[in-house]
Design a protein around this ligand. Sequence first.
Ligand code: NDP
Length: 451
Amino acid sequence: MEYDYDLFVIGAGSGGVRASRISSSLGAKVAIAEEFRVGGTCVIRGCVPKKLLVYASHFSEDFEDAEAYGWTVPKATHSWQTLITNKDTEIDRLNGIYHTILSNNNVELYEARATLIDNHTVQVGDKTVTAKYILIATGGTPVMPDVPGIEHAISSNEAFHLEELPKRVIVVGGGYIAVEFAGIFHGLGSEVIQLYRGEQILRGFDADVQNVLAEEIRKKGIDVRTHSNPASIEKTNSGLKVTLEDGSVLETDAIMYATGRKANTDGLNLEQVGVELKPNGAVVVTPDSQTTIENIYAVGDVTDRVALTPVAIHEGMAFAETVFGNRPRAIDHSNIPSAVFSQPQVGTVGLTEAEAREKFGEVDIYKSQFRPMKHTLTGRPEQAFVKLIVDAKSDVVVGAHIIGSDAAEIIQAVGIALKCGATKAQFDSTVGVHPSLAEEIVTMREKFVVA
Ligand code: NDP
């Protein structure tokens, strides 16, 4: 049977664009549908604009710290509008680049919503097209709990487009997005309260990382409150009144929920054509991203495996090489380095101490907490933290965790060592770069002994 396309991709985010580009370069005739803006969450309203806002927010400390190094800095003022305008210009530029990538790679773009009619037929806008393979790469979207007054809350989507910087902000949640935005708003001058329902923010991270980061961001002035959760939100003349589950009341100008994301599968007709979904709506896939229908694949956040852009890109490439390149390969989801762009940053790869103890039984722990050199002059009480987790039997380093400036940059390189299965002895035989925070990774010799 003749199809209009070899591949029809739904969703032009990181995973979908990479999969279409590589598939096309391998000889496939490819089309892609996008109902919003080409680039996806990461480029349009995620990683990229977020990192620009993180850069912006860090200047307030930099100005303060500069004085200890001899600079006289006049009182700095900040324009939220300038920041947002410049950020939007950059996002428009990247959006344009994504359009160019698609057209240079002969990928036909449909700027419309796509829905499956059957496993080879897609309704896209007012057209019906057929394809041998279909790739679902529709990503995810923020979810908020159903509390009274939730319509007054914003998600990260809206935070990127606020007309002005709120003087007071409540951030709800303790995950990546909550921690990052609490830091952004605080650095730009808002009074920030972060409410987390559980015991400690960044659940799932190494316990030391959770505790050290919570302490560091509290020291900076973010009011992190655990076991705290809003019960209702009301609009008042002076802003918003937020009543917590314990009955206490907070006043704020904005409340941002960062309480997780869900897969964008509503209305795609996936289950009707036989594609199985998880109870949370994510697409069920095999390790090589195939769904329960043989010619339909799915990559990225919509599969709820590891919701990170570089993972979606890897999955997209592996899909293209498997299906059109005759090089079947699945993605190894172990030892994925990641960073939280909190202030200070968190970089992490491999297992937490608890996971390693569970998996290996006996583990050696190396950890170090210290004042970064920069702050010997500034007096800022910020601490850096480095921790290595080693399987005692094999001496292989199975986890590395860093808190401090540039932790994201450092952990990327440490990730290579873990991927290669490096031992602690090999870490130790590596000469440090002095003076740097990163040298701590290769200079820790004393095992941490629980007192
Ligand atoms: P996360 O799943 O990381 O965090 C959600 C947070 O909201 C948790 O603290 C959770 O609490 C809390 N929560 C969930 N439901 C409720 C509720 N009903 N009421 C109150 N609190 C609730 O999601 P994010 O939205 O922060 O991020 C989504 C994903 O995006 C991340 O997992 C990550 O993969 C990716 N991401 C990566 C970034 C990076 O690499 N730097 C940056 C941003 C996002 P609890 O712990 O109790 O479940």
